[in-house]
Design a protein around this ligand. Structure first.
Ligand SMILES: [Zn+2]
Length: 83
């Protein structure tokens, strides 16, 4: 019969439990880093009020939702350039 001491039993389950927590934490950090990077790349800062917003990918002049100023969208996908 397999005999396991209580200390090894506690050590094994504690390691398993903490390992699962660390893996979940690393996964959430990786997801946050990935989505944050995507937002930083696609976001636009208004030249008048400084508000950061996500413009549409197709409009080359994005309108600020706060002040209504037109801002140049350098990340806009130009439809005529694809042809
Ligand atoms: Zn603005």
């Amino acid at each position: 019969m397999l005999t396991v001491e209580t200390t090894w039993f506690v050590f094994f389950y504690l390691t398993l439990f903490l390992g699962a927590i660390v893996l979940a934490w690393l996964g959430s950090e990786a997801y946050r880093w990935k989505t944050g990077r995507r937002f930083r790349v696609a976001s636009l800062s208004c030249r008048l009020c400084g508000m950061v917003f996500l413009p549409s990918k197709t409009e080359s002049l994005a309108e600020c939702p706060r002040c209504g100023a037109k801002n140049e969208n350098k990340n806009a996908v130009c439809r005529s350039a694809k042809k």
